[in-house]
Design a protein around this ligand. Structure first.
Ligand SMILES: Cc1cc2nc3c(=O)[nH]c(=O)nc-3n(C[C@H](O)[C@H](O)[C@H](O)COP(=O)(O)OP(=O)(O)OC[C@H]3O[C@@H](n4cnc5c(N)ncnc54)[C@H](O)[C@@H]3O)c2cc1C
Length: 415
């Protein structure tokens, strides 16, 4: 049976849309089909917890490409439809409704879905998670002056929502089960500075809190905690992390372990199938470690690499991980993998800002986390990316000293 050569991408998020573009931009002249479960054109999610909640941006402003782009680029799109099955023998995907599409190469860019909190009352109206434009619009409608907004989870999404809610004049409480904020993402000092900032803005941030249930009749009105205290609220936003969307891969018996397992070229255990973005876990050659990233830059980078490798190139995911998060007039930026460090060094970069460097046992820089006004940290984080990429052994004394330009450390030895 002759069949048209077709690249199929499942997942109409940032990574999927960018990969479709990259396929065309890198010379693929055959068919491309992009299938996404959300109705809206693919968009960027970072503004959803920031400017969209404060009304400074509409969700539509985050759209990556307009309708005309997909037409001009000859990308068939099926938005608002989920792929429900993958047949690896026949090399087809089945879209809900029964439409079957054959692929030559397939990219799974299915992203991640927010975790809920499996306690009684979690489905009450007024309890939200935040991943999509629709959810952001629903939460934005709740952020009215003096309304009490309870946020479960002091991770980046929860704390960004807290900052937006404060800006909108809400009373905000953040309830976190762990002993501190941003547990997995940044060193304690960076987390402390962010929490101090939130508290100075009036947010009631509590740690070591166990949520027993959400209470309310027609709509949520409170949260019962383990100590039988009830925290009153008008709306709840749950920000307790995400789970990679691996169901399709799992059912098709591809390897899955905290994400769809791929090699550093984003190939799954099936040579015709690739995975990229929040959905996949890959071996990062720089750290020789399997990781899964949940950030904007990774979605951009992996979209391009997946597209190139689908076209037969041999690219690897070597870029140093980088992400940012905004809180009031401060930003957090992280380069590398701070959690791999065995010691830290602090550089105070301004009155309210610092960069915490993470060093491995052999003195190699593996991570840098900055907090402060963007102008006080961005340059050091940028230079840290280069030092991390080169596996530089760096002097802790030099790192600590803000008068030493990080660029000057580039001359040191690389491991
Ligand atoms: C509120 C919010 C704020 C953020 N802020 C920042 C930030 O400040 N900095 C930063 O670096 N990163 C941030 N991120 C993270 C960043 O947006 C993500 O890492 C990025 O969106 C990942 O892109 P992706 O395409 O892999 O996944 P997604 O964006 O999740 O896209 C996956 C798409 O696949 C679809 N899909 C899943 N399964 C199927 C199926 N079976 N059939 C069809 N379609 C399917 C989903 O519906 C979804 O549309 C933020 C994320 C959120 C939610």
């Amino acid at each position: 049976m002759s069949r048209q050569e077709r690249m199929v991408i499942v997942g109409g998020g940032q990574c999927g849309a960018r990969a479709a573009h990259a396929l065309r931009a890198n010379g693929w002249d055959g068919a491309i089909t992009l299938i996404g479960g959300e109705r809206t054109l693919p968009y960027e999610r970072p503004p959803l917890s920031k400017a969209v909640l404060t009304g400074e941006r509409s969700t539509a402003q985050g759209t990556l490409y307009g309708d005309a782009f997909y037409e001009e680029q000859r990308i068939d799109t099926q938005f608002g439809r989920r792929v429900v099955a993958l047949d690896r023998q026949r090399k087809t995907v089945c879209v809900e409704g029964g439409h079957v599409i054959a692929y030559s190469k397939l990219l799974l860019a299915t992203g991640a879905a927010p975790r809920s909190l499996a306690v009684p009352g979690c489905t009450l109206p007024g309890v939200y998670t935040l991943r999509t434009d629709v959810e952001a619009e629903n939460i934005a409608r709740q952020l009215l002056p003096r309304r009490r907004i309870a946020i479960i989870g002091a991770g980046f999404i929860g704390l960004e929502v807290a900052a937006s809610a404060v800006r909108m004049g809400c009373e905000v409480v953040v309830l976190e089960a762990a002993p501190r904020a941003l547990m997995r993402a940044v060193p304690a000092l960076v987390a402390e500075r962010i929490v101090d900032l939130h508290r100075s803005m009036g947010v009631d941030v509590r740690f070591g809190v166990k949520v027993l249930r959400f209470v309310g009749n027609d709509v949520v009105s409170g949260i019962e905690l383990a100590e039988s205290e009830v925290v009153g609220c008008d709306a709840v936003v749950i920000g307790v992390g995400v789970t990679p969307c691996t169901q399709l891969a799992q059912r098709a018996e591809l390897d899955v372990a905290d994400g769809i397992v791929v090699d550093s070229g984003l190939r799954t255990s099936d040579a015709s199938i690739f995975a990229a973005g929040d959905a996949c876990s890959f071996v990062h050659p720089l750290f020789d470690k399997r990781i899964r990233l949940e950030c904007w830059k990774n979605a951009e980078d992996q979209a391009r690499i997946a597209a190139l490798n689908m076209l037969g190139h041999e690219e690897t995911c070597r870029n140093v991980p980088w992400f940012w998060s905004d809180h009031y007039d401060m930003t957090v930026q992280v380069a590398g993998l701070p959690s791999l460090g065995s010691s830290t060094v602090v550089r105070e970069t301004g009155a309210k800002s610092c960069v915490v460097f993470a060093l491995s046992t052999d003195g190699v820089l593996v991570g840098a986390s900055g907090v402060g006004p963007i102008g006080d940290i961005a340059k050091d984080i940028r230079m840290s990316q280069d030092l991390i990429a080169r596996r530089m052994q760096v002097s802790p004394v030099a790192l600590m000293d803000r008068s030493v330009r990080l660029r000057s450390l580039m001359a040191a030895d690389a491991l």
